[in-house]
Design a protein. Structure first.
Length: 276
């Protein structure tokens, strides 16, 4: 996890803690003014910390619902349920205290929504002429097309909840990065890096200029994926030749033209000598 992702977690965890402190402290020992100060401090920290900004041309994941809604759900779950659990364990004993302890399980779901929000704000991908840069939870990795062992075009399908979870939460391992559009069916580009076998999966619908990426891959000497038709392959190669074709070389002059040029130079030299 990168620094930006850690900062985004701090943006949410400190206000959550202050909100719980305001309710629990107000129930036991804090004054109303202290409660209000805690709530104001929580809102100020959430709003004041700088938010991460994606670089120009970066492709960000589709957040459904938006990040603000994910945060509100997290606070709505975490603050009252954590407070209820702590108050219940502080006032009761035996079975009631154990029942209050069970409130911690749904309260912990707030951390899942916070993780989803952080992932949406600190993950993106941007393409260059010779490769791409994938950023996930603030960690960046730069991959050149020459480092890839394989590229595939796959149709990814999943039920609604699974599609939402995969698009929102992302990948589950350090060697897998996922950026999907949240739809139940999407055509994905799957890049596999040579050496460590890392896999990068991106919904093709999110890429604004897919042909430019395929031209860069073809220029790097990689085989285009099987999902590309032969007609598309020819168009890609033709456009690549127009964009990155060999430099124009000056053609050698024919022998007669060389002789004429040499004679004209000799005549011009003789005239200048006679004039002197």
């Amino acid at each position: 996890m990168g620094k930006t992702a850690k900062l985004e977690f701090i943006r949410r965890l400190i206000p959550l803690s202050l909100g719980v402190l305001a309710i629990v402290g107000g129930f036991f020992f804090m004054s109303v003014l202290s409660n209000l100060l805690c709530l104001v401090a929580a809102a100020g920290i959430y709003a004041a910390l700088p938010r991460p900004s994606a670089p120009s041309g970066a492709i960000r994941p589709v957040s459904r619902p938006p990040v603000l809604v994910l945060d509100l759900i997290g606070f709505a779950l975490g603050i009252p349920l954590f407070s209820l659990a702590f108050i219940g364990m502080g006032l009761t004993g035996g079975g009631l205290a154990l029942l209050s302890l069970f409130c911690l399980a749904p309260a912990a779901a707030s951390l899942v929504f916070f993780t989803a929000a952080v992932r949406q704000q600190t993950s993106w991908v941007r393409f260059f002429g010779n490769g791409f840069e994938f950023t996930q939870l603030g960690l960046r990795v730069r991959v050149l097309y020459e480092e890839l062992s394989k590229m595939e075009v796959r149709l990814w399908e999943a039920p609604g909840l699974v599609a939402w979870f995969q698009a929102t939460i992302g990948s589950s391992g350090p060697r897998s990065a996922v950026l999907l559009n949240g739809e139940q069916s999407t055509k994905t580009l799957v890049f596999r890096r040579r050496g460590d076998g890392a896999r990068f999966t991106i919904s093709s619908e999110l890429v604004p200029d897919l042909q430019r990426i395929l031209i860069g891959i073809d220029r790097a000497g990689m085989d285009l994926p099987d999902g590309i038709s032969e007609l598309q392959r020819r168009k890609i190669r033709q456009r690549r030749e127009r964009m990155y074709g060999g430099e124009h070389l000056e053609l050698p002059q024919p022998t007669e033209q060389k002789n004429v040029a040499r004679i004209a130079a000799l005549i011009e030299h003789a005239r200048r000598t006679a004039g002197q």
